[in-house]
Design a protein around this ligand. Structure first.
Ligand SMILES: Cc1ncc(C[n+]2csc(CCOP(=O)(O)OP(=O)(O)O)c2C)c(N)n1
Ligand SMILES: [Mg+2]
Length: 666
């Protein structure tokens, strides 16, 4: 071990050869030079925003070079060194930052908000924490596919305050997933110093709380980072488990360039400037005669040349072409629906049995389909949909989860990135709020942002009429129908539920599959017992009549049927939407053009529900054909109450018949 007279860091190269040491050096120098160039361009107004990782390069570089190129890394906004160490052509990075087509997001997302399967990198979303759970999913895929690979995921110390961090660590630990949680503790989260961020001594201590090994590493010492991670990665590949590593380092510049460092004590900056990872390592290599002055200059010149050349390529690239068709088409991954016709053999099934059978058959169809949810294995799920699945498909594919909706939705995303389909059972649709962020920000936007499908189905037991109160009775489809990138399915019958669930699982896009709890055991139908599919975006015309068009879905369909049964004089088209996204506007318009009167019935509260949008669409597209204003019937603008008489008053059901008659009399 030698301390360089010019280096304040003690490097212990152990058995690392000179080639490796030089490689570490070069890989640190490159992002540093790129950043220095970016800071100049920023001052010239040629780039918009920059999050600097200067002073933290040893971590990005040491971790990346310690892994194999096939192993996934999930970097953050200060990890340029991850991208450069994976040898992404610089002009592609520059194009990405300039929002050009040769980048990774077709100009749809900025800076480091992208992933690339080509380089096994999965970039962050702004919300910081979600990628920790995505890493769990990637690591789970490695286990399931027996790949013996490590997944490394980064977070700052600020991000460790987010629930996602705790959920991800817990899941990784309970499932013994091969994840390296890399915490870069750089002293600040935006302007917030560590003593306002957390109260434990070291973040590494948190690993213990989750039953996980953890280590503290000098994040400014590239030899230590590389050697330690290399050793840990080898050990994890042999014996899969999560490990937390806290890298002590410092953020030498502002949170982002415009925000400055006024709030950072000067003495701290000076102290850490002396520990610069690149300068110290360079001094060490020179002392050790591993790097000569001449070599240093040549390496630097080479990089400067590469940077300038690539900048020119990126600047010369034409600005992105605006093409509406492409923009709209890229929200979803294209999916070629393959019809599997139902065979003739049928059996009378309740909705719940049809869903269970459908799910079972999809597990048989897709040999690596994984289902995850609370209490779904031995217990069979709170509604018993997955009863017996554990015995048939095994513990690897039928996974009980801890109570952490966010991390599980994120893990499902990770599985999808690794090419594995999954179905997540929300115990109750109400609880999706605890995993809301990854649904609407990660799953929904992933294909549009970087061409990565989220091949995930969320099963959503929903709905009222079961006297279960404000947190077990909601029908919250409207939270999702308004988010581009998601598909929303809401069957009313066992037959539809079985066929649509098969399609939802075949479809590589994120699908929210609503299952109405009050219909689970009350609605029966003859259903083909073999596997079959039903296409999305095709409503069912359940009844035909010329007086009025009734549009509904889910439980509303059964309320409408009851009303029509007891009013045989009313001749109505009854449209069961079946899927809300995509929405079968053609069937709606055709019917409205025939009847001239429409009533839209939804179980959810009125304001902002899908009935409002359907009403608006009809008004915009069929105004001339209307003989009366479109009528919406929905539940009260209150939370859904518990006790029957209050719930009955709340529900749209009680107001439907009168509204329908009023409309007919208009
Ligand atoms: C959920 C969420 N809340 C707040 C922010 C705004 N924000 C972006 S980065 C950041 C600080 C992150 O600190 P840390 O995790 O320590 O990473 P560092 O920037 O220090 O590398 C904040 C508050 C955000 N992006 N997402
Ligand atoms: Mg920080």
């Amino acid at each position: 071990m030698l301390t360089s007279p010019r280096s304040t860091i003690t490097f212990d190269k152990k058995n690392l050869d000179d080639r490796t040491l030089l490689k570490l050096y070069k890989n640190m120098l490159k992002p540093r030079l790129i950043e220095e160039k970016m800071l100049i361009l920023l001052r010239q107004g040629k780039i918009s925003k920059w999050f600097s990782g200067i002073g933290q390069e040893a971590i990005s570089v040491g971790v990346t070079l310690a892994l194999t190129n096939e192993e996934y890394i999930l970097p953050m906004h200060r990890n340029l060194g991850v991208f450069t160490s994976r040898n992404i052509p610089l002009h592609r990075l520059f194009s990405q930052w300039q929002g050009k087509a040769n980048g990774f997001t077709k100009g749809r997302d900025r800076s480091f908000h992208f992933g690339t399967q080509e380089y096994n990198i999965v970039g962050m979303i702004s919300h910081l924490g979600p990628q920790l759970g995505v890493a769990d999913g990637l690591a789970l895929a490695s286990l399931l596919k027996k790949k013996n690979q490590v997944t490394a995921v980064f977070t700052g110390e600020g991000g460790t305050s987010e629930g996602d961090f705790h959920e991800a660590l817990n899941v990784a630990s309970v499932w013994q997933l091969p994840v390296l949680f890399c915490v870069e503790n750089n002293g600040y989260g935006l302007s917030t110093p560590t003593n306002e961020q957390y109260r434990c001594k070291d973040i590494a201590d948190r690993g213990k709380g989750y039953g996980m090994e953890s280590f503290i590493v000098d994040g400014n010492n590239v030899v230590e980072v590389y050697s330690k991670i290399k050793k840990l990665a080898q050990s994890i590949r042999k014996r899969p488990r999560p490990i937390l590593v806290e890298f002590k380092t410092f953020r030498m510049r502002g949170h982002e360039e415009a925000s400055g460092t006024k709030y950072v004590p000067k003495a701290l900056l000076q102290e850490w400037a002396k520990k610069d990872p690149l300068e110290n390592f360079q001094a060490y290599l020179k002392d050790q005669k591993i790097l000569t002055e001449k070599q240093e200059v040549a390496i630097k010149e080479g990089f400067v040349h590469e940077i300038n050349e690539n900048l020119k390529i990126a600047y010369d690239e034409v600005p992105i072409e605006v093409d509406l068709t492409t923009e709209l088409a890229d929200v979803y991954k294209s999916f070629e629906y393959k019809e599997v016709k139902p065979k003739s053999k049928t059996e009378e099934l309740r909705l719940i049995d049809a869903i269970s059978l459908g799910l079972r058959q999809s597990m048989q169809q897709h040999k690596d389909l994984v289902i995850m949810g609370q209490d779904i294995a031995e217990y069979g799920g709170v509604f018993k949909i997955t009863d017996g699945f554990l015995e048939e498909f095994g513990k690897e594919r039928v996974r009980n989860t801890p109570i952490c909706e966010s991390a599980i939705v994120e893990a499902a995303m990770g599985l999808s990135i690794a090419g594995i389909k999954s179905v997540v059972e929300m115990q109750f649709a109400d609880f999706v709020t605890s995993g809301f962020n990854p649904v609407v920000n990660y799953l929904a936007k992933s294909h549009y942002r970087w061409n990565q499908q989220a091949d995930v189905v969320l099963r959503m037991p929903c709905g009222g009429g079961v006297a279960a109160g404000p947190f077990h009775s909601q029908t919250n489809e409207a939270w999702f129908t308004k988010t581009p990138g998601l598909k929303v399915v809401y069957p009313a019958f066992p037959y539809d539920a079985k066929g649509l669930l098969a399609t939802a699982i075949n479809d590589p896009n994120p699908v929210l599959f609503f299952e109405h709890k009050a219909l689970y055991r009350s609605i029966r139908q003859d259903v083909p017992t073999d596997y079959f599919t039903i296409p999305f975006g095709k409503a069912a015309l359940l009844k035909e009549g010329n007086d009025v068009t009734i549009i509904s879905y889910g439980a509303g369909i059964h309320w409408a049927l009851e009303t029509l049964d007891s009013n045989s004089d009313i001749n109505a088209d009854l449209i069961d939407l079946r899927t809300l996204q995509p929405l079968d506007t053609e069937t709606i318009y055709n019917s409205v053009r025939k009847t001239g009167k429409v009533i839209v019935l939804q179980e959810d509260s009125l304001f902002g529900g899908i009935a409002s949008d359907i009403s608006a669409l009809i008004m915009e597209n069929c105004f001339e054909d209307l003989d009366a204003p479109v009528k919406r019937v929905a539940s009260l603008e209150t939370p859904i109450p518990f006790i029957n008489q209050l719930e009955d008053q709340y529900m749209a059901k009680g107001r439907f018949e009168e509204a329908l008659k009023d409309l007919l009399a208009y």
